[in-house]
Design a protein around this ligand. Structure first.
Ligand SMILES: Nc1ncnc2c1ncn2[C@@H]1O[C@H](COP(=O)(O)OP(=O)(O)OP(=O)(O)O)[C@@H](O)[C@H]1O
Ligand SMILES: [Mg+2]
Length: 418
């Protein structure tokens, strides 16, 4: 049986499903997935908890299933956070180095200076992600400590989220007797699992198309430059089918998963499917192409919104590695092709979680990108903490950025610490 302190757990609290992934940390930080629990999510809308009781129940069931499979008692988890309350900002801060050579303390001060910006009272910082450092006139520095120079500038991407949404997530986990080790923006987690370092260096857009939302993250030169959430996902496609095919939401979702496509030209007009009716009426035969006719304009609309968001970010010319689509809805037939068409020839691929061992067959679906990514994020954080790395804030707003860790942050959210 895996020892408790060698186990990491990620809980992806999504709009469609709660996925709990347990991994054992092996020698050299290698992750082996040893347990998975999945349960339909009932208490979220567009990535945000709207019903605590139902969410708690779904988390409990998913966690119990994963515990049974892994044979461990789960106590501490990394949790994903999402929703349209999330904001991303780029900022910079400048300090003078103390001795003409950059120390860890100078780096911390420069990040503090960069993150000292006014954010709305109902928002709190989730991540401070350093992008690069500039020493005197030399830009593009990733590891500044030990370099000579007088002036140190930090460029960061700061992500904030609504205090109430974060509190509700923590509350739900605590009600299941789970401690939250850290809260991670879902697309930051997904990017850990599906993007290669090369893609991040060259410039890439990660698009996690889930049930309730589509989450975006743009990486250039190895660092996050832009994050955004579009409140449209697979549920909207299902709803369109409910109306268009006159069937129940459950049946429409099944039909979408089984026969759905988002390019009419890919479907055969002679392909006939049975569509279950509501109210005890018999199923009706219908050409499968009708589904594509319903889904294509909605997916096109979503991809156009993604395109506008990328243009708004100002990085559209720099994402040479193209788009990586992940999340359950990226599995829709024709999604990658329609994205290639919409983005005029930019390379597009589907992103499945990679870089873990163990039960890979189950978790290698894009639906598990966030769950697996949370583990990888947690692992990176653990390794950095134990090696005393000089750059603890690279992927985590953690201690160096604001002089306190998650626990203090969380207590601050609940108003009992300053
Ligand atoms: N093979 C498939 N084809 C089309 N759609 C699919 C397929 N498999 C799953 N989906 C859709 O993917 C969505 C769920 O994706 P995912 O599990 O990534 O969402 P989530 O993480 O729960 O939601 P969110 O991230 O928006 O909070 C559902 O709308 C589901 O219908
Ligand atoms: Mg998701």
């Amino acid at each position: 049986m895996a020892k408790q302190d060698h186990v990491l757990v990620g809980v992806d609290i999504g709009t469609s499903k709660i996925a709990c992934v347990v991994a054992e940390v092996g020698p050299g930080g290698k992750l082996d997935v040893i347990g998975i629990g999945k349960h339909p999510s009932r208490g979220l809308r567009k990535g945000v908890v709207v019903n605590i009781e139902s969410t708690v129940e779904s988390i409990r069931l998913a966690v119990e299933e994963a515990e049974l499979m892994a044979g461990v008692d789960i106590r501490s988890v990394f949790v994903g956070i999402a929703g349209s309350h999330i904001r991303g900002y780029n900022s910079n801060g400048v300090v003078a180095t103390k001795n003409g050579e950059v120390t860890l303390d100078d780096v911390t001060r420069s990040i503090d200076a960069a993150s000292a910006m006014a954010i709305p009272a109902d928002q709190k910082i989730l991540h401070i992600l350093p992008q690069e450092y500039i020493i005197d006139d030399q830009d593009g520095i990733r590891e500044p400590v030990g370099m000579s120079g007088i002036r140190l500038e930090a460029r960061i991407h700061m992500i904030t989220g609504a205090v109430s949404s974060a509190q509700n997530l923590i509350k739900c986990c605590n009600r299941c007797e789970l401690d939250v080790a850290d809260m991670v923006l879902e697309q930051v987690a997904s990017s850990e699992a599906v993007l290669s370092q090369d893609e991040k260096d060259i410039g890439v857009v990660l698009i996690d198309i889930g049930g309730g939302t589509t989450d975006l993250a743009i990486f250039i030169d190895g660092a996050i430059r832009h994050t955004a959430v579009i409140p449209i996902g697979g549920d909207h496609l299902t709803n369109d089918l409910v109306v268009g095919l006159r069937t129940s939401a459950r049946e429409a979702d099944q039909l979408k998963i089984k026969y759905g496509a988002c390019m009419v030209e890919m479907t055969d007009p002679d392909d006939i499917i049975d569509v279950p009716s509501v109210g005890g009426r018999p199923p009706r035969p219908m050409p499968r192409q009708i589904m594509a006719q319903i889904l294509e304009p909605r997916v096109q609309e979503l991809l156009e919104l993604v395109k506008v968001e990328i243009q708004r970010s100002g990085y559209q010319e720099l994402v040479a590695a193209g788009l990586v689509l992940t999340g359950g809805s990226s599995l829709l037939e024709g999604m990658v092709d329609l994205a290639e068409e919409t983005f005029d020839g930019l390379p597009v691929r589907m992103g499945k979680p990679q870089g873990v061992g163990g039960l890979v067959d189950v978790v290698s679906s894009p639906m598990y990108a966030t769950g697996v990514g949370l583990l990888m994020y947690g692992n990176r954080y653990r390794q950095r903490a134990s090696s005393g790395s000089v750059e603890p804030a690279r992927h985590n707003m953690g201690r160096s950025a604001s002089g306190n860790g998650l626990w203090q942050r969380m207590r601050r959210w609940f108003g009992d610490a300053h």
